[in-house]
Ligand binder design. Sequence first.
Ligand code: NAI
Length: 506
Amino acid sequence: MQALFTSVGVVGTGAMGRGIAQMAAQAGSSVLLFDTQPGAALAAQSTLAETWGKLMAKGKLTERMQADLVSRVSCAESLASLSSCQLVIEAIVEKIEVKQRLFSELEGLLAPDTVLATNTSSLSVTAIGAALKRPEQLAGFHFFNPVPLMRVVEVIAGLKTDAGVCQRLTHYARQFGHTPVSAQDTPGFIVNHAGRGYGTEALRVASERVADFATIDRILRDQMGFKLGPFELMDLTALDVSHPVMESIYRQYYDEPRYRPSVITAQRLAGGVVGKKVGEGFYRYDNGVANVPSEPAVPVMNALPPIWVSPKAARRAELYQLLKNLGARIETGASPSTAALIMVAPLGLDVTTLAAVERLDPTRTVGIDMMLDDAATKRRVLATNPATREDMRNAAHALFASDGKAVSVVRDSGGFVTQRVVATIVNIGADMCQQGICSPKDLEMAVTLGLGYPMGPLAMGDRIGPTNVLEILFNMGTVYGDPRYRPSPWLRRRGALGLSLLHEEA
Ligand code: NAI
């Protein structure tokens, strides 16, 4: 393969620089490594040789390919040695003045048409370029850790970046075997922006004591298919990394309520309870294994009350079918008998509001989350209201667990757990498209590859139905009176017209 850039400089040879150098060499480029820390470039060079040695031992590379790759990487004594490079990628410390100084220096050493790329994850490409004579030559080239495994890269155009520079980086990323996505120069670019919903909304759910951390994790894994629950994920990333990102994006968007961080993570960070790496985060770890509290046992009931379902329940027909399958005694009268367990299935509203509005006896009213088809999920979620009687809560728990499916009973909350978190993710993704930060297709690609979600935010919205997402957000806005739930125009218009969230205007 003929690499698009035959000679590439990598400045900063830490975790990211090494990964980028590996991919560049594998794409066929000659790579020059430079680092200000004495011995760092040499160490990176030998790590790369080791990596390729291991791949050879596994039979993934021939001896000749391995030798070829090793011969393509060398160390530069000084920045001046990079003068003949056609592309220089920077992966140094995340400080704007240091990055600006580096690129200014490089400009004086390199040919005018050399492409300059920054791997920054949180600084503005436009702001870095503002210190340059030729800002049009600089673009963001944002990889994820570990680079060889995380096969997505954001190509970011600063305000003055030449479109041709982005095109060349996009093409080159494909030679790495990576999927390039194009992003406008905005805080968090695509992946770190789209990822705001999951953790922050889960933290809000926890802060209202709707459920504990482990229950929220179980619900989001089992109902929506996330590989890791939000608290497991934050434990893995560690709060010293993720809390500052939450704060930074919130501030950079001038205190946009959708991104508002939580005092829970601020306090835990201050107390050093940052995650798995220190043995304690949202979970405690013994030898790296999380100590997960066990689930509350299913109550044992001698007899179950009859069940009456609100006529306004979401997916009412499916709920009836489910109750029939569970062998429940279903009441079909216009109103519940005095013995009945009353079921409501709200979208976005809380059980309390439904009991009040529908004039139901709150002591016997329990909610079930029917946003998703019961058959498509591995867990049912029930919610009580502050007046629900213990026997009614236990009866509902026992009944819905009677076929062996996992059940979580949470406290009342507009939108249970999954509705809240998913609607927030969909809304943030939709708004990114509304703002033109990226195309719908690139959003979906970046989120599935960069965050490992089971599907992109827009596909998630389509799965639930854009009109339902809109209803959830509208109702949560009513319950909480908080502007963070206001729907993006992208969602509002597509939801109102029954269009897919992936639909782009002609
Ligand atoms: P690191 O700390 O492992 O490596 C940085 C390297 O840059 C060190 O070897 C250091 O000696 C060198 N360095 C610092 N200032 C320099 C200068 N002026 N000139 C030459 N070398 C210099 O850091 P890491 O994790 O590799 O990150 C590097 C960059 O990549 C940062 O801008 C970071 O925001 C970005 N990034 C990091 C990700 C991660 O998960 N670690 C993910 C995506 C982007």
